[in-house]
Design a protein around this ligand. Structure first.
Ligand code: BGC
Length: 471
């Protein structure tokens, strides 16, 4: 295995023997910037621990948010029944009818609605109510006899400061959402009012972050689940923490445990530790939440393609790529989809025809040379490798914060497009974390498990426990 503490191991694979000295000088500089050595990861882990500790103690704008979620009971796998769940992600709204079979298995019927630009910018709450109305109609779902509403679990993939299991104030928008008059307000209230306006007979009884949903779903099938992670359009994690280790929790009962939502995308917003490059700065400066979610911008699917695009254009501007020419498509922000990165990185053909198809077919570039295609593949690899290494750093940091757990088997439930589709993502998570965690633990006791559609199912599990407890 390459020595991941030696900067040359991050630089040399990206140099192109047939390329000019000028090209290789620039590639070397770029690869250096995107490299994350093992020592850098150790620094990041230490930074995470300090920031987690501060965030658990008190709310501090420079620390990780560490949000108590009010979720206190682990699923048993025996929960049974049919529930409604809404899952608001960055790209889609999913409305699901979840059936928990009581034997650690579940099934779901779901309808996916692509969130329109208009909804992202203004009429989100009405859009949600309309979609739920359509779903109820099409699936003939009605309140149970004697009840006026259908109880529902609500997965919300944006940062909220929870005030109870069924309420929470939006701390900010991200993933390109900018709906006005929402920040600082209770998102359950906003959704519930829209339900009323549209005569949708649904009551939100629990709101959970998507990472919490993923943790609960994985825990329903695998009781040793300690953490839920999303590596998708955005990134974040939730884990079980002892209540006595959450000094800022002011609830009466301090015994037992609670799920904490880290909101780890906000790690090191001041970029004191993170290896930020000019290409990241360019993205950050232009983003509506400039200076926030800095870690997420180096890891998640919404942003990686844009970092690659910035890096490629810097080479075009130096006339080192595509003979100094770009295309109208490539000139526009966010046109280099992260899914193209996956295609490009996976192309092992001798003439890189997969890369050619993306560049010439999809991005409409004039003809490309073999060297152009190699450069593009190398840049995608630099940015992708950095993303995977930072992802593994974050996961390792959280596991290392609860060392006693690692004596036994630990499952981590994970969902998201990066985890599912980026080449070798899972394998690399194991490989990189084994440098920082006990390798025996990683090899024999750690299980990363795909919790597909877990965010919605988890909301139904939480809703079911809430509804049961108040019955
Ligand atoms: C949000 C988190 C969410 C994550 C994964 C981030 O942008 O702030 O709340 O869990 O994306 O969807």
């Amino acid at each position: 295995m390459a020595d991941t503490n030696d900067i040359n191991s991050f630089v040399e694979p990206y140099l192109i023997p047939e390329g000019s000295d000028e090209l290789n000088k620039n590639l070397k500089f770029m690869a250096n910037g995107f490299a994350v050595t093992d020592d850098k990861i150790r620094e990041i882990i230490a930074g995470f621990h300090e920031s987690m500790k501060t965030g658990l103690d008190h709310d501090d704008k420079d620390a990780l948010p560490m949000i108590p979620t009010f979720v206190r009971g682990r699923p048993t796998g025996q929960e049974k029944g049919t529930y409604l769940a809404l899952d608001l992600g960055g790209t889609n709204l999913r409305v699901c009818q979840v059936t928990l079979n009581g034997d650690t298995t579940y099934s779901l019927v779901q309808q996916k609605f692509t969130i329109t630009q208009d909804a992202k910018e203004s009429r989100l709450w009405d859009f949600i109510a309309e979609c739920v109305g359509v779903f109820l109609e099409e699936h003939g779902m009605k309140p149970a006899p004697g009840k006026r509403t259908i109880p529902c679990g609500y997965t919300f993939s944006f940062p909220i400061f929870q005030t109870s299991i069924s309420s929470g104030n939006l701390s900010m928008w991200n993933k390109g959402f900018t709906v006005p008059n929402s920040v600082g307000r209770d998102v359950v209230n906003l959704t519930q009012s829209a339900f009323q306006r549209h005569h949708v007979p649904v009551e939100v009884v629990a709101i959970v972050n998507d990472t919490v949903g993923t943790l609960m779903t994985s825990g329903y099938s695998y009781p040793d689940t300690q953490m839920g992670i999303i590596f998708g359009t955005g990134t974040n994690a939730a884990y079980w923490e002892k209540l006595e280790s959450i000094p800022k929790w002011t609830g009466e009962d301090r015994k037992g445990e609670m799920v904490v939502n880290l909101e780890w995308g906000a790690f090191d917003n001041a970029t004191k530790v993170l290896p930020y490059t000019m290409h990241d700065n360019k993205l950050n400066r232009k983003s509506p939440n400039h200076g926030f979610q800095v870690y997420e911008k180096m890891i998640s699917g919404l942003f990686l393609g844009e970092v690659v695009r910035n890096a490629l254009l810097s080479l075009v501007d130096r006339r080192l790529l595509f003979e100094g020419r770009s295309s109208e498509i490539l000139n526009k922000s966010y046109t280099f989809d992260t899914a193209y990165m996956s295609e490009i990185v996976a192309d092992d053909s001798s003439d890189l025809h997969g890369v050619k198809a993306v560049l010439e077919g999809t991005l409409d570039l004039p003809t490309t040379t073999f060297i152009d295609r190699q450069i593009v593949q190398n840049v995608c690899n630099m940015v992708g490798t950095r993303g995977v290494r930072l992802s593994a750093a974050a996961m390792s940091a959280v596991l290392l914060a609860r060392p006693e757990l690692m004596k036994s088997n630990v499952s981590v439930g994970i969902d998201g497009s990066m985890y599912q589709f980026y080449p070798n993502f899972e394998q690399d998570l194991y490989k990189v974390s084994s440098v920082f965690l006990d390798p025996d633990f990683v090899q024999n006791r750690l299980q990363l498990r795909l919790a597909k559609d877990g965010s919605g199912v988890g909301a139904a599990i939480v809703a079911m426990t809430v509804d049961r407890d108040r019955a």
